[in-house]
Design a protein around this ligand. Sequence first.
Ligand SMILES: C/C=C/C(=O)SCCNC(=O)CCNC(=O)[C@H](O)C(C)(C)COP(=O)(O)OP(=O)(O)OC[C@H]1O[C@@H](n2cnc3c(N)ncnc32)[C@H](O)[C@@H]1OP(=O)(O)O
Length: 257
Amino acid sequence: MEILSSIENGILTLEFNRPERKNAITAAMYQAMADALTAAESDTAVRAILLTGKSDIFTAGNDLEDFMKNAPTSGAIEDRSVYQFMMALSGSTKPVVAAVAGNAVGIGTTLLMHCDLVYAADNAKFSMPFVQLGLCPEFGSSLLLTQIAGYPRAAEKLMLGEAFGAQEALEMGLISKVLPVAELRAFAEGQAAKLVALPASSIRVTKELMKAARKAPVTDAIAAENTHFGKMLSAPEAKEAFMAFFQKRKPDFTQFA
Ligand SMILES: C/C=C/C(=O)SCCNC(=O)CCNC(=O)[C@H](O)C(C)(C)COP(=O)(O)OP(=O)(O)OC[C@H]1O[C@@H](n2cnc3c(N)ncnc32)[C@H](O)[C@@H]1OP(=O)(O)O
């Protein structure tokens, strides 16, 4: 099972479990998480959700082989499992806690902006190398990171694809707290347990109120990003970037105007 899923003491835990590929996410993994989140919406036994990975890797982001083999021919990505997953996550009415250790690449960082409480280990490293892959930001990150970090810092992360550590993520407001890696999982589980014990209706309304102002702009940003992202996935720049990654060489973008 490349996504470990369990419901215990009111917490739905989803854990990336593909360490030999650095937890890179395939279509099947997105689908498994989308299905679990969708089922959780109407399951009163689930009162909090915990998203996590391993102690040395959260996720290397979208599986690049999947990107190469399954680029959408029509350019539309709304029917893909990544879309189902991100819509289920961003639309979840239940509180979502994330616990991040090691690398959180691409969508691994983007998805955190749709969670409620985000805890990172001191070994966490965040990056959004969309431009470096010939792509563009996705699932609201162009808007949300700019709001969280301010434009100039967001530009470093989204244009230059600069990676950053847990302390910087904390300073910029992307995460809630930094913990020693050995304490991360238990701490995040403890926070989720606190949410479970609180009145579910109060949590639901509080989350809805906190997210109300950004709801329409995020929906618009996702639609605009998807229009570009779907086309860029099958463009030559992205093909060169994906091939370069697997051939363990630097991509050569100078051949493209
Ligand atoms: C809509 C969503 C958009 C996105 O998410 S865009 C972001 C896509 N992700 C990436 O560009 C990240 C690519 N991966 C990396 O940069 C590195 O990995 C890491 C920094 C995460 C870790 O580096 P290290 O510890 O040196 O591991 P390693 O040797 O590069 O990887 C171990 C094995 O895992 C495979 N792998 C890593 N990431 C991916 C991936 N994203 N898709 C498919 N395979 C991946 C490698 O190829 C390799 O395999 P082998 O052992 O056969 O050489």
